[in-house]
Design a protein around this ligand. Structure first.
Ligand code: NAD
Length: 509
């Protein structure tokens, strides 16, 4: 089950992978109350993979009731942290055992390459359950300094029932980013995967039951944003939301909270991140590899994709030539082929949106140097060619708006402060990469760039140990990953114990 399927067999075996198709509520799969279903497609072939329960407010009500009952029963929320850890470690192992099936399911449902899905699901996803499992029995409260008349304890308690609303670009990984710390904290969960990619989250719920998670603790309601998503956002009995998705939808969750029970809302949202090459940087193969993968990884469907690439004017021709050559070697096509570097856009609608941005780049005067609107020969699905624009200016739409596709824009600058100012000029603030050999300059850029993660001389988002999130319209103060993620799911309680006069007399006698 966990063995990597040989390339020659993968197409055939992928057709046999089992996938749940109903909501997972209170420990069992069930159809939507309305009986409605929606189709989920394979973006690489445009074929229907199957139909899934289309949950709405009635199903969200059931899921929240199950989650609340489970929370109040305290089998999970009140369990010893080491017992929660045992279940999370078992779940990590079950995911490892089923990694190949899950990776195939993810690739079919999302159009992501099997190579990326194997790395995410075989390695990263189980690590999240293991890491937060290991963390939770080492997470202590505090005692405040007081005089001898009191003992002041600062405890951390699970926040309650949390609503997790997810995007489609890293479906199971984004689920793991949130579900693992929320479970470790002792919360109950109502999770809505993106409507484009509902399948692996449902498998995760099944596996969590197998690992020993009590019924009702993890509920998954597939469905659309307007219905299931909104019902979660507005629910009066959900205690907190953790959302990853677009900035526009993130703003709606703040509105839902303000119009319902004022639940706290943690937001991880869009980006338009810069990649800066200073004059002293060596335009090496490694730098070009970083520049291209920072923009093109996952077909550019990555919140921290570095799409605005600022290169010192003296290095720009060399940089651009090398980028075009490297982009020309990207193998776009069948995601199930392990030699494929770039899969499909997630949907026909999203492909159209990306192509619209490419057309806009051309009409606003950027120079299209590779890629463009032409379809990928022989591919029926929703593919976009890796595309590079030169002579982009900061005012152009392709320099300002999040495209979320493989569209890299190159700009040049003459002074470092000019690059800094252009890089900072965005409503977003998720990530930035800087290439330079000058450590003082690297630190100066790292301090001044208004974003949640700055990576120097390598494109990276960090790893499980480091908090991930955005400044400005890329995020709220909350962070995913690291010990910081637990803060989304725990709340603090002060217990102040005063010494009673009678008590003193009694004990000191
Ligand atoms: P989206 O905002 O369209 O959808 C995200 C989720 O919100 C989905 O589950 C969707 O069904 C739901 N939703 C949509 N409309 C809703 C509504 N009216 N009410 C309630 N819920 C609603 O985003 P997407 O297209 O799925 O994902 C792409 C976006 O996610 C990009 O902007 C990307 O930058 C962002 N993203 C951010 C991070 C991060 O950590 N910052 C990570 C991945 C993706």
């Amino acid at each position: 089950m966990h063995e990597i399927v040989a390339s020659a067999d993968i197409e055939g075996i992928s057709k046999t992978v089992r996938s749940p198709a109903n909501a997972f509520i209170d420990g069992r799969l069930q159809a939507a109350r309305s009986g409605r279903r929606f189709e989920t497609l394979n973006p690489a072939t445009a074929e229907v993979l199957g139909s899934v329960a289309a949950c709405d407010a009635a199903d969200v009500d059931l899921a929240v009731a199950a989650a609340r009952r489970a929370f109040n029963e305290r089998k999970w929320s009140g369990a010893a942290p080491e017992d929660r850890k045992d279940v999370l470690l078992r779940l990590a192992n079950l995911i490892r055992e089923h990694a190949e099936d899950l990776a195939m399911l993810e690739s079919l449902d999302s159009g992501k390459t099997i190579t990326d899905c194997r790395a995410e699901i075989g390695e990263e996803v189980p690590r999240f359950f293991q890491w937060y499992g290991e963390l939770i029995d080492k997470t202590f409260g505090k005692i405040a300094p007081t005089d001898e008349s009191a003992l002041a304890l600062i405890m951390q308690e699970p926040i309650g029932v949390v609503g997790l609303v997810l995007p489609w670009n890293f479906p199971l990984l984004m689920a793991a980013w949130k579900v693992a710390p929320a479970l470790a904290a002792g919360c109950s969960i109502v999770l809505k995967p993106a409507e484009q990619t509902p399948l692996t989250a449902l498998r995760l719920a099944e596996l969590s039951s197998e690992a020993g998670l009590p019924d009702g603790v993890l509920n998954v309601v597939p469905g659309f944003g307007e219905t299931a998503g909104q019902a979660i956002g507005r629910h009066m009995d959900i205690d907190a939301i953790s959302f990853t998705g677009s900035t526009e939808t993130g703003a709606l969750f703040l509105k839902y909270a303000s119009e319902s029970n004022l639940k706290p809302v943690a937001l991880e949202m869009g980006g338009k991140s810069p990649f800066i090459v200073l004059e002293d940087a060596d335009i090496s193969e490694e730098l070009i590899e970083n520049a291209v993968s920072a923009a093109m990884w996952n077909g550019g469907q990555n919140c921290s994709a570095n799409m605005r690439q600022f290169v010192h004017q003296s290095r720009k021709d060399e940089f651009l030539g090398a980028v075009i050559e490297r982009v020309g070697r990207i193998r776009a096509g069948n995601p199930l082929d392990p030699s494929t570097d770039m899969g499909a856009m997630v949907s026909a609608e999203h492909r159209q949106r990306v192509l619209g941005y490419i057309a806009k780049g051309v009409s606003e005067g950027a120079r299209l140097v590779t890629g463009g609107e032409a379809p990928l020969p022989g591919m029926a699905g929703y593919f976009v060619r890796p595309t590079v624009f030169d002579r982009v200016t900061p005012a152009m739409t392709v320099a300002r708006e999040e495209i979320f596709g493989p569209v890299l824009g190159v700009m040049s600058f003459s002074e470092p402060e000019e690059a800094l100012a252009m890089a900072a000029d965005s409503v977003y603030g998720l990530h930035a990469t800087v290439f330079t050999r000058d450590i003082d300059r690297a630190l100066h850029f790292a301090r001044r760039l208004p974003c949640g993660t700055v990576s120097i001389n390598r494109f990276t988002e960090g790893d499980i140990k480091t908090p991930f999130g955005g400044y400005k319209r890329s995020g709220s103060l909350a962070r995913d990953n690291g010990t910081e993620a637990l803060e989304q799911y725990l709340q603090k309680k002060t217990i102040w114990i005063s010494r009673s006069k009678a008590g003193v007399g009694a004990t000191s006698a």
